[in-house]
Ligand binder design. Structure first.
Ligand code: GPW
Length: 837
């Protein structure tokens, strides 16, 4: 204990734990030190990857020192904190981001250049941390960046998967999946906390007893248990000493509990049990916007929420406070329904272990949790079968039934004798077997429920949560439009544009106050500025063209219009409609005379994205895109007028190359299906125009940048139900242009047409649920407007500048502030630089 030490010892520690300086010489020393000792390499026997490892370790030292300082000061002050529970944190690479946020990139760049390495090459050696599927996981990462930058006391909690999202390779046009064993080389961006271990139970039975006051007590006796081990990922804020934490749990076998098999003399069985324990955090489920219902996934969810809650409760208990103070110290945000078991686990801890009354406990629980919904798609709604829950978590099942009973009793009081209503609102769905509706449980257990864009937040109030709005009132249901961090998605991904903006606005303040970008509106009429602007876009397109050459072996001209659709492959996102239009365009070009061709705007159509491994139709869309690409790219009648590429293995670091290079990107989901979208924000922030439907955040982007700077088409969310009804029950003929395209596929223009029959059937037998035929005419028209607008380059550049200038609203700093002020009720807590490591 420090307090017992003689003064001289304390002084010695203080002297030796002064922070390292950040001059070139000190940094070079630290890099070489890591090369020769930590990595045990000879100084001259080095490649880019070794250089990366050494720079990463040196960067990590500085991160840890900030982490210690921040967390030490927070422990003392003990302000209210927010805990962001997310099954996914899609961080991508860390080094570039950490150096930029800490303001050390230039110094490190110079340091390693003198040592014989180029920063770009060293950065490229890092593998992505891909612990997420898509938008939901990347949103969590952007929010962590903003929370740290704004000095909010915030921790993320998640799982440390051994395998992240699979790697995608294209073989014969088909997606094939390979395991993403990202921890092959040590991960320098995590701090293993092997001392922090929490025991998590599964299965068993519930013991019911009467205590000395005659009160019924429930005691869960699990049949087996596993250990949760903490791995901490430091998240440095930009331009602040603050450094937050994401705690990821890894499952390990317990040494104390699972001795049954061993004691029965069954050694092999006990080793098998141990291996099963490790399985819990072995793999990220690769489904986006769909629910698979696998038992191991429920195990993951409980393992993670129970470990996180134990940790949170332990931290709370360090200070002598009343349980009623818990919601004044702790806010927990549920990122979708995945962590909903945390509601049940906290109620169990408070009632069974802390001996609070049910009502007192429930009051604390509902004041603590808030819930973000990210979709209205029925196939994504999480439901767990009652028998599975009973088998894995018997006490939790009892609690869920009690929560439901007390809730429905209150509903009955407010709306008597409405059996249909109780049926609809029940947490338990009366199916065979019964199902637990996690979204209902999340709503009932939270004090606030939010959607992720204005349209979406309104939609959930009129569809999936309609009855709940009638019961709780409007105030519980709020909107928090998503945002993205401008640090990664402009400053880091587009350094040249970032530099031009800083030069133009006179400082870097815009990176923390994104609405300052409005200042660029004055520059629209400055031809010199426009020249610089377009030169940067072109340089970014050259870089993307190089990536396309390497990955797809297709040569594309940076002078063509770059048209991009990168996102998870899903029917509702309508990549199918995009490639059908490409076929239309291809056939149109082929029908032209040479003089007509001279008037065609050359386009490169760029696709990227993963399909869930079990999503057959989505995988056929990838196959079709590659089939079309193969034919179009080698057709001399088309030449450079049209190229089609599918960039394999789309991920965060590939997005950082694609986003700054886009002229137009596609956000074309059927209205009402894309809750928000966040890549739309990334593209527009980088001066890329978008073509999109009136869906998700597209609507708010339109409001901010103005209708002259965006290409909108398609039906309204409000009309979708009627249009689907017509598709189903009346014989609506297919759009004739689309009919022509389908015939071309069926004639075998792109390989064996039999392959694509199931895909085509979604339009016919499947009654075109996503309304591709209905929207096709306006989609063609919008694409013609894009071509026409691009012809007028000076006007196009003006639109591009206006895009960037008016995107201030979509900073995740704004989103996070809105959560902090009205949902979490937390305040910034800036760290004081005391100069110690
Ligand atoms: F189904 N989103 C996602 F709601 O990326 F859980 N994965 C998912 O599994 C779900 C949603 C879920 C996305 C939405 O599709 C997208 O519109 C939104 O911008 C993003 O979450 C962040 O809110």
């Amino acid at each position: 204990e420090k307090a017992k030490w003689p003064k001289s010892t304390v002084q010695l520690w203080e002297k030796l734990s002064k922070k390292e300086a950040n001059d070139i010489e000190t940094i070079q020393k630290s890099i070489v030190h890591h090369v020769t000792t930590t990595l045990a390499r000879a100084a001259y026997n080095m490649d880019n990857f070794t250089a990366y490892q050494a720079v990463a370790l040196s960067t990590r030292d500085r991160l840890i020192s900030r982490w210690n300082e921040t967390q030490g000061q927070l422990s003392k002050a003990d302000p209210k904190r927010v805990y962001y529970l997310s099954l996914e944190f899609l961080l991508g690479r860390s080094m570039d981001n950490a150096l930029l946020n800490m303001g050390l990139k230039d110094t490190y760049g110079k340091s390693i250049e003198q040592l014989g390495f180029r920063m770009e090459d060293v950065i490229e050696s890092e593998v992505d941390a891909a612990l997420g599927n898509g938008g939901l996981g990347r949103l969590a990462a952007c929010y962590m960046d903003s929370l740290a930058t704004l000095d909010y006391p915030a921790w993320g909690y998640g799982l440390r998967y051994t395998y992240g999202i699979f790697q995608q390779r294209i073989v014969d046009g088909y997606q094939t999946e390979y395991p993403d064993y990202w921890l092959n080389f040590d991960n320098p961006w995590e701090l293993p906390r092997l001392d922090i271990s929490i025991q998590i139970g599964f299965g068993g039975h519930v013991q019911t007893t009467q205590d000395e006051y005659g009160v019924t007590r429930h005691n869960w006796i699990p049949a087996s248990s596993v250990q949760a081990i903490a791995y901490d990922v430091p998240i440095p804020g930009y331009d602040t000493g603050n450094c937050n934490n994401i705690r990821l749990w890894r499952s390990k076998p317990t040494r104390v509990f699972d001795l049954t098999s061993f004691n029965e003399g069954n050694y092999e069985k006990s080793v098998e049990d141990a291996t099963n324990a490790e399985k819990i955090t072995s793999v990220l489920y690769p489904n986006d916007n769909t629910m698979a219902g696998k038992e191991l996934r429920l195990k993951q969810q409980y393992f993670w929420t129970a470990a996180s809650l134990h940790d949170i409760v332990r931290r709370f208990k360090k200070s002598a406070r009343e349980w009623t103070d818990f919601p004044d110290q702790v806010a927990i945000q549920l990122n979708d329904t995945h962590p909903t078991m945390a509601i049940v686990e906290l109620q169990r801890l408070l009632v069974d272990e802390e001996m609070l009354s049910w009502d007192d406990a429930w009051d604390i629980v509902t004041k603590t949790f808030a819930f973000t919904n990210h979709t209205v798609l029925p196939e994504a709604m999480e439901k767990w079968s009652v028998p599975m829950m009973e088998y894995l978590l018997p006490r939790h099942l009892q609690i869920i039934f009690d929560i439901n009973l007390f809730f429905l009793q209150k509903v009955e009081m407010k709306f008597p004798n409405d059996r249909g209503l109780l049926n609809r609102m029940s947490i338990i769905e009366e199916a065979q077997p019964q199902q637990i509706r996690m979204a209902h449980l999340a709503v009932v257990g939270s004090h606030k429920v939010n959607g992720v864009a204005a349209l979406h937040s309104n939609l959930i109030k009129t569809t999936i949560f309609k009855d709940f709005v009638a019961y709780y009132g409007e105030e519980k249901f709020v909107n928090r439009t998503n945002g993205i961090t401008p640090r990664r998605w402009l400053h880091q991904a587009n350094p040249q544009l970032s530099a031009l903006i800083t030069e133009t606005l006179g400082s870097q303040k815009w990176l923390k106050e994104l609405t300052l970008l409005k200042g660029l509106n004055n520059k629209v009429d400055d031809p010199e500025f426009r020249k610089k602007w377009v030169a940067i876009k072109r340089a970014n397109k050259v870089r993307l063209a190089e990536l396309i050459k390497t990955r797809c072996n297709v040569t594309v001209s940076p002078d063509a219009l770059f048209d991009v659709q990168v996102k998870r492959i899903h029917e509702y996102k309508r990549q199918f409609m995009n490639i059908l239009y490409v076929i239309y365009r291809y056939r149109f070009i082929k029908s032209m005379t040479p003089s007509q061709k001279a008037g065609v705007q050359p386009r490169v159509v760029i696709f990227g994205g993963k399909a869930a491994p079990g999503y057959y139709i989505a995988k056929l869309v990838i196959k079709l895109i590659n089939g079309v690409a193969k034919v179009v790219n080698q057709d001399p009648a088309v030449g450079d007028l049209l190229k089609v590429v599918f960039i394999p293995d789309y991920n965060v670091s590939v997005a950082e190359v694609i986003v700054p290079a886009s002229d137009i990107s596609q956000h074309i989901s059927t209205a009402g299906t894309e809750a928000s979208g966040t890549s739309n924000m990334k593209f527009v922030l980088n001066g890329g125009l978008i073509i999109g439907t009136l869906d998700g955040a597209n609507i708010e982007i339109l409001e901010e940048i103005g209708e002259d700077n965006i290409f909108i088409f398609g039906c309204l969310a409000h009309d979708v139900e009627d249009l689907r009804h017509a598709q189903r029950y009346r014989n609506v003929p297919m759009n004739p242009a689309l009919q022509g395209v389908i015939s071309a596929i069926e004639k075998g223009t792109f390989e064996d047409p039999k392959v694509f029959q199931p895909l085509i059937s979604t339009l016919t037998v499947g009654k075109d649920f996503y309304l591709i035929s209905y929207d096709f005419a306006s989609y063609i028209a919008a694409n013609q407007q894009v071509d026409a607008a691009y012809k007028n380059q000076e006007e196009w550049i003006k639109k591009s500048i206006r895009c960037t200038a008016n995107m201030g609203k979509f900073s995740s700093d704004r989103s996070v502030k809105e959560y902090a002020d009205e949902i979490w009720d937390i305040k910034p807590h800036p760290v004081v630089d005391e100069g110690y490591m």
